[in-house]
Design a protein around this ligand. Structure first.
Ligand SMILES: Nc1ncnc2c1ncn2[C@@H]1O[C@H](COP(=O)(O)OP(=O)(O)OP(=O)(O)O)[C@@H](O)[C@H]1O
Ligand SMILES: [Mg+2]
Length: 417
């Protein structure tokens, strides 16, 4: 069951919102609604967030992100559509019902921290529990635990004014954690922070997520942040969700020109990882095979090298076409293993970290699982073409890595690194 489920969710501001719904259903555009004094902030949003997922909502200012998140936590009632939390329809709950959902199911981290200035850090972290009537001893214990989780152990007695911006936002995070809800909503939670601190907070959120498995709905207008954090990303434009997908899908299969332009200047080398671009390891041969078999395999797959794997699919070396051809001519029956190293990387290594390895050996990179088994290969040409922005009408070309020309302009940029 999804943790959050939006179905045709729509919010229209103005005096006659239902008229706006009707107009939209008749195919009217935003300009038409505006002429009637109606603002369609969110239009027909449909998506599901799985338990334990980090789902990022991404879009320019005014695209409807905050309106969307406020319908999720019940601060705004949808004009149309259905909103479910843990399968429960919360669209038209009474005020009391909504409070209950808010207190037990979702907590929120705000951009400007929203700390109470005259309360201590500990009291701030414990505040939602106080509202819920949790007794003092328990809420202090839970607040302390949450502060420790975000790296603020020992700061409970301080006032917010004694903390830096980054630390204050950690208090905001601790407050959401202390509340103990499974769902956390974060609206531009890191946007007010300096870049370095912001990156630290992103790392910390990912760590917490790995540890606690919360469902997180994270709003940002920063694409790099979206790509770093999101298991999936929903791209919003003018109130509509125009694409939902993994960062890789958004990068390589943008649903339209708008998304394509949006992602055009993303640093692909930091967003994509080895596992995203690796190819099936077909050009692989066992150590007992001879040069003839190697030669045949190379011709079959049109490659100039083969990885050699031993027992348990562990990589033991590489052979190159010239050496194999020589061995065949000389009638040798042993594979002419090259002395060149084969770099072995894990599937989640960012592409940016692969260039060095790719530069020092002609062999393709071997992508291996934790136990050392070969999972995929990355020929150099694939690495380079993965970095080039796909054209919207032929999104597969670069992703398939079949067109070396695509990668060439990138070579200089990457090589100069
Ligand atoms: N209470 C309101 N009354 C009228 N219009 C509103 C209200 N809240 C938001 N809007 C309008 O709805 C649209 C979407 O606003 P929203 O705040 O959801 O966008 P956003 O994506 O969060 O933008 P930002 O990145 O600037 O925070 C905007 O046109 C905004 O002016
Ligand atoms: Mg907003």
């Amino acid at each position: 069951m999804p943790a959050i489920e939006a179905n045709g969710l729509t919010k229209i501001f103005g005096r006659r919102p239902q008229r706006g719904v009707k107009l939209l259903k008749e195919g009217a555009d935003r300009a038409r609604l505006r002429r009637e004094g109606l603002t369609p902030a969110v239009i027909d949003a449909t998506f599901e967030v799985a338990p334990g997922e980090i789902f990022v909502v991404m879009g320019l200012s005014g695209s409807g992100k905050s309106t969307l998140i406020r319908m999720v936590n019940g601060l705004l009632e949808p004009t149309d559509g259905v909103m479910r939390i843990d399968g429960q329809d919360v669209t038209h709950l009474s005020a009391a019902g909504l409070r209950e959902v808010r207190r037990t199911k979702v907590s929120m981290v705000f951009q400007h921290f929203a700390l109470l200035p005259h309360r201590t850090v500990g009291e701030n972290a414990a505040y939602p529990l106080k509202l819920r009537g949790v007794n003092k001893a328990e809420r202090e214990a839970r607040a302390e635990e949450a502060l420790a989780l975000v790296g603020l152990k020992g700061w409970g007695g301080s006032l917010p004014s004694e903390l830096s911006g980054g630390m204050r936002q950690r208090v905001g995070l601790a407050r959401a954690l202390a509340a103990g809800t499974d769902i956390m909503l974060m609206d531009e939670a890191f946007s007010a922070l300096d870049p370095l601190i912001r990156k630290e907070m992103q790392d910390q959120l990912l760590e917490l997520q790995a540890e606690l498995g919360k469902t997180i709905l994270f709003i940002t207008h920063d694409l790099n942040e979206a790509m770093r954090l999101g298991d999936r990303i929903a791209m919003m434009r003018d109130g509509r969700v125009v694409q939902v997908g993994t960062s890789e899908q958004i990068l390589n299969e943008p649903a339209n020109d708008y998304v394509a332009q949006f992602v055009a200047d993303v640093d692909r080398s930091r967003v994509l990882s080895a596992g995203d671009v690796m190819e099936r390891p077909v050009a692989v041969i066992g150590p007992e095979s001879g040069p003839k078999a190697a030669h045949k395999l190379m011709r079959e797959h049109q490659v100039s090298s083969l990885l050699v794997t031993g027992r348990n699919r562990k990589v033991s070396g590489v052979v190159f076409e010239n050496d194999v051809a020589d061995a065949v001519r000389q009638g040798s029956d042993r594979l002419p293993l090259s002395g060149e190293p084969v770099a072995q990387v894990s599937p989640d290594t960012p592409l940016a970290e692969l260039f060095h390895d790719a530069a020092v050996s002609r062999a393709p990179l071997a992508v291996v699982a934790e136990d050392g088994r070969l999972q995929g290969v990355i020929p150099r040409v694939t690495l380079l073409s993965a970095l080039s922005v796909p054209a919207t009408d032929s999104a597969d070309t670069a992703a398939d890595g079949e067109d070396p020309a695509d990668g060439e302009p990138v070579l200089d940029a990457a090589g100069a690194k």
